[in-house]
Design a protein around this ligand. Structure first.
Ligand SMILES: *Cc1c(COP(=O)(O)O)cnc(C)c1O
Length: 414
């Protein structure tokens, strides 16, 4: 198998035209004009349906006896190209693309057979919408969700033994304190208990970690973030193998949250530079973390490469690099002043963009307690360590001096 960087550039490409010209639909004369050329970049196939040389072939394709495309909700060649590229980067399994990361997570939970009476054990650091999806949507269907600190392996082991959950849901790197879950150890626990391990690898990407290789059963990505990387599309993916892929295929067809072809084309283009972008973003994050650690207006820096980060050892062992995010607490004398100081800091930013999301080529800064963690009660935020004075930065690919310069000038107004 070719190396990661090479696969990122080539995987999935030049497949869509295989078989083109084999026959013309509806009796049109087979033209000699197309010859044997094919585009080096996969086209955007804007077609809601696909015709074949004869109804017999359509019958075979609909019956699954022959690979091919029929109706766009069942599959689209541009979307397949993106799926093949991501599967090639994850190293194993089959990838299923969805209209958003949340649609992908929903499908993964359905594929894990979370139906009435089932229990799911979820990381308490989980992405807010995933927690709400479990509690509100799956909860209404009779699924019980319990939470655990995914970085406390003893607690995970105890809760798995006690609750016998059908599925365990964790993230590779959590938001906003960038805790790193020990996926190989958690996979040992879930395997022994017969639970499905679902890993949301959005913050890690296959460049930093490939959870299927570490024992996870199902990997979920919001492709809105690092995989596409340019802040211009919403999409998600589920990567898995037997015994979940048949269910996923069916769920996607019937629920219909499919990825659109133009988004797939943009995402496939973005994916080619994932290794280059991630390398720069990780480097920018490390440099910023070091700079902020020594800054008088910063009380604490959260970054897995920092020696005092609780998961520094785990990160070294299971991640290829320490990720493109940095969070930090502003130094405020009065804790009541935290929110006002954070707002002053964010309003003073000039280069870094004040906007939710992450993983873009642009550096983005957010205030977690009024953004990603807004829906949580103040006491829950406090327990998770999400202070009013906390800022999260998703590093872009700009020059590190320009990023640090902007953040340092904004710190003057704290
Ligand atoms: C953004 C995000 C999601 C949801 O993805 P969408 O594409 O916005 O639906 C899920 N999990 C994590 C960790 C995320 O950052």
């Amino acid at each position: 198998m070719k190396r990661f960087e090479t696969r990122a550039v080539h995987a999935g490409e030049r497949r869509a035209t295989r078989g083109a010209g084999d026959g013309q639909p509806n009796g049109a004369a087979a033209g000699g004009s197309s010859g044997s050329f094919y585009p080096i970049s996969t086209p955007v196939h804007l077609s809601t349906t696909f015709a074949h040389a004869g109804i017999e072939q359509t019958d075979r394709i609909l019956g699954g006896e022959e690979p091919g495309y029929s109706y766009a909700r069942y599959g689209n060649p541009t979307v397949t190209a993106f799926e093949e590229a991501v599967a090639a980067l994850e190293g194993e399994g089959r990838a299923f693309a969805f209209a958003s990361g949340m649609a992908a997570m929903h499908a993964a939970l359905m594929a894990a057979e979370l139906n009435s009476g089932a229990t799911v054990l979820a990381a308490e650091q989980l992405y807010g919408s995933t927690a709400t999806l479990l509690i509100q949507i799956f909860g209404a269907g009779g699924v019980e969700t319990r939470f655990v600190d995914a970085c406390d392996l003893e607690a995970v082991e105890k809760k798995v033994a006690e609750l016998k959950p059908r599925a365990v849901v964790v993230e590779t790197i959590s938001n906003p304190l960038l805790r790193v879950a020990d996926i190989p150890r958690i996979a040992e626990i879930t395997k022994a208990a017969g639970a499905t391990l679902i890993v949301d690898a959005t913050f890690g990407t296959p460049y930093l970690q490939r959870p299927l290789e570490l024992g996870a059963d199902i990997v979920v990505h919001s492709a809105t973030k690092y995989l596409s990387g340019h802040g211009d599309l919403t999409a998600g993916l589920v990567i898995t193998g037997a015994p979940y892929d048949a269910a996923l295929d069916q769920i996607r067809k019937l629920v219909g949250g499919v990825m659109a072809p133009f988004e797939a084309w943009l995402a496939l283009r973005g994916l080619k530079t994932l290794p280059l972008r991630m390398e720069r973003q990780c480097e920018n994050a490390r440099l910023l973390a070091t700079r902020l650690s020594a800054h008088p207006k910063v009380a604490k820096v959260y970054h897995p490469a920092e020696k005092d980060h609780p998961d520094n050892e785990v990160a070294r062992r299971i991640l290829a690099n320490t990720g493109g995010l940095v969070s930090f607490d502003l130094a405020v004398d009065d804790p009541e002043e935290g929110r006002a100081a954070a707002f002053r800091f964010l309003n003073a930013l000039d280069l870094c963009v004040r906007a939710p999301s992450l993983g873009d080529i642009y550096t983005l800064a957010i205030h977690p307690s009024t953004a990603s963690h807004r829906e949580l009660s103040p006491s829950r935020r406090k327990r998770l360590g999400v202070k009013e004075s906390l800022i999260r930065v998703s590093l872009g690919i700009e020059h590190p001096e320009d990023i640090a310069g902007d953040i340092e000038q904004a710190l003057e107004s704290v």
